[in-house]
Design a protein around this ligand. Structure first.
Ligand code: SAM
Length: 268
């Protein structure tokens, strides 16, 4: 395409390493009939090989300046459906139209957490996700209790998905190079019936409050929601800190509270 100055505010770091692009496409391994949706196609680094391989693809791009080029990619064999929109405003459930979607994307790092939470809200229509993110974010998503980086992102993601880090990607694979290492992660939403969260908003509130003051004991950080008897019922020590609790313990505590709490508003 004609020279496009990368826009920092849109998190534009374009992949140019053919080996990494091929690894992403092989990890996705699209099969006939599947609905693939790419978030932030940019200049088409992943779009074109996916389209050549799969024959059909929907892409969601916010930057108007990239649309003309994406239209030329669509002239290749295949059907490219370009949605010019902010991905955070895209209703994936409506887009799925009764089917299921597979999401792919080298995400804009400045809004990667909001994109992850937005996708989680539509997890019922998402079969899987393959995302390039900051390595530090992937480490947090996959962290286990007790570690320094185990936090709200780890618990929320793991409650709804299996998190599988795939491979690391160095800054030199992008133009312009980001200042951080990156990694590709696969997320597999769990079957709705297996998640077992009774009140999603209350679960989110428990996790947010617990990690909001992570150095405090749960008795203190969750004082607005729990009394000692609630901890006793769920066999959780009130002196413990959030980082010590397994995902299943957060679910058990929130479910117990759901039995005698009114629903709280979802986290904005
Ligand atoms: N996929 C391309 C690649 O790998 O070279 C570009 C990846 S670049 C890291 C992120 C892309 O997301 C950019 O094309 C950017 O314009 C787009 N983007 C940024 N914010 C967005 C938003 N809110 N909704 C949709 N796309 C967005």
């Amino acid at each position: 395409m004609t020279r496009h100055a990368a826009k920092k505010q849109l998190g534009q770091h374009f992949l140019h390493d053919a080996g990494i692009i091929e690894r992403i496409v092989r990890s996705v391994n699209p099969q006939p009939g599947e609905r693939l949706v790419e978030i932030g196609p940019g200049q088409g680094a992943i779009t074109l090989p996916l389209l050549r391989r799969h024959g059909a693809l929907t892409v969601i791009e916010l930057d108007r300046d990239l649309l003309a080029h994406l239209d030329t990619i669509g002239e290749n064999p295949g059907v490219l459906d370009v949605i010019h929109a902010d991905v955070l405003k895209v209703d994936f459930t409506a887009l799925a139209d009764g089917g299921v979607l597979r999401l792919v994307g080298n995400l804009p790092y400045n809004i990667s957490s909001p994109i992850l939470f937005h996708a989680l809200a539509h997890a019922a229509v998402i079969r899987d996700m393959h995302f390039m993110l900051q390595k530090e974010v992937v480490d947090r998503m996959a962290a286990t209790p007790g570690g320094k980086v185990y936090g709200r992102l780890s618990v929320m993601l793991q409650a709804y998905c299996e998190v599988e880090p795939l491979f690391d990607v160095p800054p030199a694979a992008f133009r312009p190079p980001p200042q951080v290492d990156s990694a590709v992660v696969r997320l597999l939403p769990r079957a709705i019936g297996s998640i077992g969260i009774v009140d999603r908003a209350l679960f989110e509130r428990v996790v947010r409050d617990a990690f909001g003051q992570r150095r405090k004991t749960l008795r203190n950080s969750l004082s607005a929601l729990c009394i000692d008897a609630d901890f006793a019922v769920t066999s959780i020590r009130p002196q413990a800190r959030a980082e010590e609790l397994a995902v299943t313990e957060f679910v058990a505590l929130a479910n117990h509270l759901a039995g005698h709490h009114q629903s709280v508003p979802a986290i904005p």
